[in-house]
Write a protein that binds this ligand. Structure first.
Ligand SMILES: Cc1ncc(COP(=O)(O)O)c(C=O)c1O
Length: 431
């Protein structure tokens, strides 16, 4: 597969890369990398990640980006074609890849969501939605406790985590948070007239630690918004594009928000891209003035090629169905194995499709679990808004088929993660 280097890179040692991070990137990030074993990832394909010293990891992490696996050949081919012809556009002339990607995305969204604004990150898609809402007079923003929507100032205002917000206050005014999963609390916060309100929430809260709302919640939220005139933004940046075993969490309850947000897996695991997909009404201000909300790299052809190809791959390879099927298997096996080996440490194992969370009683054990998995060459995610929850977001592709294009597996013993404690997890296993 082009773009994936099979050769280990002996000069990129954990030490030298961490030194580079500490000198020029984030010192804290460099230290964290060392704590996670100082592994240096240099290539990826499908469900595998290869490190500079030739070790092979199973990727159930990546914060939900890799539903199609990394470097899916069809996405890479589309991006390569685009790079050779028109990677970026003048932005004065018309350009076909953006029109094609927007049509492809609208075609897999709930009916009535036809208008697309592409961005380079999920947080920018959130900003876009908040601006669309304001353009229609919906200035009062209601989000949910624990919800995660990104870290630019507007997105951070609705991300329900004071830890990330406090150093950067003041944030957006008129923002409130209600308990997630409680449509009555939401209705009370909106009040009888929601014509000045916008609601933003996730179908399943990802960074809050895979919080699954009661059945019917999304439908109730949509009904409350419709009844009061509030605008409904559904943030599917993590849950969408098949992650939950359907194209969208919205599909699972036959809901159509006013604005749907996509990102992460929209990249096809190759080029960063996100989007706000809106109704005609919500999009109207962007129609009136095409310069009202722009960005140099928005709808960059190279990202459009990745998005269109990712959508084709998810549809043609049946990855939504596969996410549902694999999710059921993984959830069952995780529950069984954790109950058998360390049930007393685990509060709950829960998930929808391939978004699965293991909640421990305390954050320390969650950290140890993550390090132990790393020792066994499995990459998972911690949860930004819930340190007791370790998340599994594996690709929905076959591990064996795609592994053939990944560099050879190391025959040496797995590296032991520096700083990994052999605490309660190990004790439990040997009991
Ligand atoms: C639901 C949700 N919304 C928004 C974001 C922000 O996306 P990004 O990190 O691409 O800015 C994330 C990222 O994890 C997310 O999970």
């Amino acid at each position: 597969m082009s773009g994936v280097s099979a050769a280990p890179q002996p000069h990129a040692t954990g030490q030298s890369v961490a030194a580079g991070y500490k000198a020029h990137l984030s010192r804290g990030r460099g230290k964290l990398g060392e704590m996670f074993g100082g592994h240096v990832e240099v290539s990826s394909a499908g469900s595998r990640v290869r490190t500079a010293d030739g070790q092979d990891f199973l990727n159930a992490g990546g914060y939900g980006v890799f539903l199609t696996g990394a470097c899916h050949p069809r996405v890479v081919a589309a991006v390569e074609r685009q790079i050779r012809t028109l990677p970026l556009a003048t932005r004065l002339l018309l350009e076909p890849s953006a029109a094609r990607a927007a049509a492809a995305l609208a075609a897999v969204c709930p009916a009535g969501l036809e208008r697309v604004h592409f961005t380079g990150s999920g947080a920018e898609a959130v900003e876009t939605a908040l601006k669309m809402a304001r353009s229609l007079g919906h200035r009062r923003v209601i989000a949910t406790h624990g919800g995660y929507h990104g870290k630019t100032l507007g997105a951070l205002s609705v991300t329900g985590k004071p830890l990330y917000q406090d150093p950067f206050r003041p944030l957006l005014p008129l923002v409130s948070h209600v308990p997630y999963g409680d449509s009555a609390a939401l209705a009370a916060e909106i009040g009888p007239d929601g014509s000045d309100a916008v609601v933003i929430l996730e179908p399943v809260q990802g960074e809050a630690g895979v919080v699954i709302p009661p059945d019917g919640y999304l439908k109730e939220v949509a009904d409350v918004c419709r009844a009061t005139g509030a605008l409904f933004v559904l943030d599917e940046i993590q849950t969408g594009m098949g992650r939950l075993g359907a194209w969208w969490g919205a599909d699972r309850e036959a809901v159509r928000p006013d604005i749907l947000l996509a990102g992460k897996s929209l990249s096809g695991g190759v080029i960063p891209v996100a989007a706000a997909i809106a109704t005609e009404k919500a999009f109207a201000v962007f129609d009136r003035d095409p310069f009202i909300h722009t960005s140099t790299f928005s709808a960059a052809p190279v990202a459009m090629a990745a998005a269109e190809a990712a959508i084709d791959v998810i549809r043609d390879e049946g990855l939504t169905e596969r996410a549902a099927e694999l999710g059921r298997v993984l959830l069952g096996r995780l529950r069984g194995s954790l109950t058998e080996h360390c049930g007393h440490l685990v509060r709950e194992v829960r998930g929808v499709g391939l978004l699965i969370g293991v909640e421990f009683h305390d954050a320390g054990t969650a950290g140890e679990f993550l390090l132990e998995l790393l020792d066994r060459h499995v990459i998972v995610n911690h949860s930004l808004n819930a340190h007791t929850v370790v998340r599994f977001t594996p690709p929905a592709v076959s591990a064996t088929r795609r592994r053939t294009s990944c560099p050879r597996r190391s025959t040496g013993p797995p590296a032991r993660s520096a700083g990994a404690s052999r605490g309660p997890m190990t004790r439990t296993r040997s009991n």
